[in-house]
Design a protein around this ligand. Structure first.
Ligand code: C2E
Ligand code: MG
Ligand code: MG
Ligand code: MG
Length: 284
């Protein structure tokens, strides 16, 4: 046993791991600085109804520009922000931006477009979270039903009681909730009935394989599950017309993916909405 712990310590002190730690810490410092200097951006990816072929909303996605057109992926910096707790502040900023955007869109005549915001576990652990969200909606006097929170299965599984409780309060306030990346956590089925959800997002991994037999079965099962529970379903990561037609035939309600639009900054979003690129959506 002693030997094992010595070898574990030895492993821990591998120089390349130290380098990696140092690198992450320096990246986190840079994130903190850039966030405090208002350098983060919130981009938007349209979501399209398969029944009307119209844009019905969008997902807000963080972007961290670093140097001449380069961005650090959220897949890299979100885990750092979560680990350090910085995501609580960043998340409040994202929420504020999203509510402001809902208000702005309404002023441009788009008064029925919802915005979905991703929420991490450290935000739920914060006792002020629910009130922060409700205050934000009130401050901009927007329709709470136009704000949607996206949570992943891992968030639910981490602290089911805290999350269910918070979601119930948010639902009572009229705010919508979607479960993100559904199907890859595969352990939250037991909680599905207790969660006050509005929408299930079929994970990109299943959409990618939806035209193959195995992928087809899983996507159809998730969509059926959503239907049986009275929830709306959206397929994420739709990149081809074949994938769109497949999920459409399965009865999926909405789609989001590069086939329609990539995430874009506000100015471009307004152009996209004005151009109302519906012809890109194949007619069924
Ligand atoms: P997510 O919430 O599952 O977001 C969907 C991701 O899929 C986004 O990646 C989006 O750009 C990408 N995507 C959409 N359509 C397609 C497609 O057709 N093909 C491909 N290959 N990708 C597609 P992104 O923007 O890099 O974000 C990655 C993750 O970072 C998000 O996954 C989310 O978990 C997290 N994230 C992003 N913004 C926020 C935020 O404001 N707060 C929190 N807590 N997490 C965020
Ligand atoms: Mg999401
Ligand atoms: Mg997702
Ligand atoms: Mg994801």
């Amino acid at each position: 046993k002693a030997k094992k712990s010595i070898s574990q310590n030895y492993q821990f002190y591998q120089p390349e791991m130290e380098d990696e730690m140092a690198e992450r810490l320096s990246l986190l410092r840079k994130l903190r600085t850039d966030f405090s200097r208002d350098k983060l951006e919130l981009w938007y990816q349209p979501q399209i109804s398969l029944s009307t072929k119209q844009v019905v909303g969008m997902e807000a996605l963080l972007r961290w520009p670093v140097a001449d057109g380069q961005y650090i992926s959220p897949a890299v910096f979100i885990p750092l922000a979560e680990y350090s707790g910085l995501i609580v502040e960043i998340g409040s900023w994202v929420l504020e931006q999203a509510c402001q955007q809902i208000k702005h869109l309404a002023s441009q005549g788009y008064n029925n477009l919802r915005i979905a915001v991703n929420v991490s576990m450290p935000q739920f652990r914060n006792h002020h979270f629910v009130q922060t969200v409700i205050d934000c909606v009130n401050r901009y006097s927007i329709d709470p039903a136009l704000l949607e929170l996206e949570i992943t299965e891992s968030v639910v599984m981490d602290e089911p009681k805290i999350v269910i409780d918070a979601l119930q309060k948010l639902k009572n306030a009229g705010i919508k909730v979607a479960i993100d990346d559904f199907g890859i956590g595969f352990s939250s089925l037991s909680y599905l009935q207790q969660l006050p959800l509005d929408r299930i997002k079929v994970d990109r991994a299943f959409v990618r394989e939806v035209t193959e037999p195995a992928g087809e079965v899983i996507a159809q099962t998730i969509i059926n599950l959503g239907k049986r529970l009275g929830l709306s379903t959206i397929a994420e990561g739709v990149e081809t017309v074949e994938q769109q037609q497949a999920v459409e035939a399965m009865g999926c309600d909405e789609v989001q993916g590069f086939l329609f639009a990539k995430p874009m900054p506000t100015a471009e979003l307004l152009q996209y909405l004005a151009a109302n690129n519906t012809e890109k959506v194949a007619k069924s």
